[in-house]
Design a protein around this ligand. Structure first.
Ligand code: ACO
Length: 426
């Protein structure tokens, strides 16, 4: 029977995040994830080493990248015999990769592993439409030239319309932004509150760069040394001038400023057993604690698409015997400013907490001074699968800087899902 061991977070590395169509527009998922991985390998002296496993994923993937993680290992400076596989949990992919590696380390199946995530909206996969694909498959299976020609004569002009990936929920047809706009309206989240929250994210990320926080968490890539979306001068006044892009009429409050931009980027995290870290004299930043996923029914139910973390966090607290206030840092992924504000409001709302969470009193408030202290996705950008690794590395380093403490991670994801986790440093 396996015993459960503590899982150490040794460090992280990412490339700066770029805006879609920006400096990484000619880079694919493999290029970006390889750069993030090689930066990590160089930082921790792992060149030529066989790491237990590399687990990573991308939300938008080309069909040729059916096992993207393995291809990245083969193109990296790790020992090519390092096993690797992909995971996919939409915007929670990066954190799910961390959990996947960590669970194997905890059970003694691995001594070390690297988790990662990457996404590019600049190089999104465009597919052939279904009808053309079927014609081509028929032609490919033909036994004679005549059969092949016969199959190909079935091609019609309408077959040439490609399948372009949309940033939309398959079962509702609505974009994430439209879903979030409905939730923001239902919870009466004001434009001013969203813009204030956004400005703070930019100011905090800028301050973190200024004090060198990211110096050992980031490898420059293709001329970019900082997240391209970061606007240190982002002010409530400037943000107030932007026109709404999601929702309609008077109640439309979400803009290009208080929503995450479509982005390109990659991140990685090194995890290990304490023994492995000690053998290599690698300091431990923090340990991964409990993890809880959740999902909501955003299709036939009346719950908001991005509300799953509002359910996952209370379960995490119940299981660990903690209160919402028992954390030194809170890292809540900023898909949209409104979404973070809705989640915080829901945890303070007696009706939501009683009727949806089955609690006799509200979960409580979070001290804003402890929330996303180095900014988050609104300022950094959000290359979907890369966000989890960015957040884990940031929080682990914050805990190491503080010396001891506990941090909460909450990430909402497409498909009505969410993933939450605790990091701690005794
Ligand atoms: C679980 C999850 O994470 S769900 C979230 C998943 N992610 C998404 O859904 C992505 C959502 N975002 C998007 O779809 C797009 O980024 C949009 C629709 C919001 C905006 O797209 P675009 O219109 O191309 O944005 P663009 O970058 O051109 O910005 C529009 C304007 O706002 C301005 N702007 C953007 N951010 C800021 C800012 N922080 N401060 C000041 N101005 C800003 C830009 O300068 C631009 O101004 P201009 O028109 O004068 O040039």
């Amino acid at each position: 029977m396996a015993t459960v061991r503590r899982v150490a977070i040794i460090g992280g590395n990412r490339i700066p995040f770029a805006r879609a169509g920006g400096p990484y527009r000619r880079a694919g998922n493999q290029d970006m994830l390889t750069a993030a991985l090689d930066g990590l390998v160089a930082r921790f002296g792992l060149q030529g080493e066989l790491v237990g496993e590399f687990v990573a994923g991308a939300v938008l993937k080309h069909s040729r990248d059916f096992n993207l993680a393995r291809e990245v290992v083969l193109g990296s400076r790790l020992d090519p015999r390092t096993p690797a596989h992909d995971v996919q949990m939409a915007c929670a992919t990066g954190l799910e990769s961390v959990v996947s590696v960590a669970n194997k380390i905890a059970l003694g199946q691995l001594e070390s592993g690297i988790a990662g995530g990457v996404d590019t909206t600049s190089d999104a996969p465009i597919a052939l439409n279904d009808d053309l694909r079927r014609v081509l498959l028929r032609a490919n299976h033909a036994r004679t030239a005549a059969e092949r020609i016969k199959a190909l004569t079935g091609v019609r002009p309408r077959h040439l319309v490609p399948e372009i990936p949309r940033n939309a929920e398959p079962r509702t047809g609505l974009s994430m932004g439209e879903h979030a706009a409905r939730t923001a309206l239902a919870w009466e989240i004001s434009r001013e509150a969203q813009d204030e929250f956004t400005a703070r994210s930019h100011q905090r990320l800028a301050a973190a760069y200024e004090r060198g926080f990211f110096d050992d968490l980031l490898t420059p890539f293709q001329g970019l040394t900082r997240d391209q979306n970061l606007r240190p001068d982002s002010s409530v006044e400037k943000l107030a001038q932007l026109r709404p892009v999601f929702g309609r009429g008077e109640g439309a409050t979400m803009t290009a400023g208080n929503s995450t931009p479509l982005s390109d980027g990659a991140s990685t995290v090194l995890l290990a057993s304490e023994e492995w870290a000690a053998q290599r004299r690698l300091p431990v930043l923090a340990y991964l604690g409990d993890v809880v996923p959740a999902a909501v029914d955003h299709v036939s139910g009346d719950e908001g698409l991005l509300m799953a973390p509002a359910y996952a966090v209370p379960r995490l607290l119940d299981r660990t015997g903690l209160e919402l206030g028992d954390f030194d840092f809170y890292e809540i992924h900023e898909a949209f400013a409104s979404q973070v504000l809705v989640t915080l409001k829901a945890w303070q709302d007696p009706e939501f907490c009683q009727q949806r969470l089955g609690r006799d009193k509200p979960l409580g408030e979070i001290d804003p001074a402890k929330l996303n202290v180095n900014g988050s996705s609104l300022a950094a950008g959000h290359p979907f699968a890369a966000t989890g690794g960015r957040i884990v590395a940031t929080l682990a380093k914050l805990l190491a800087e503080k010396g001891s403490g506990r941090g909460l991670i909450s990430i909402c994801a497409a498909g009505g899902q969410g993933l939450t986790a605790i990091l701690e440093r005794p």
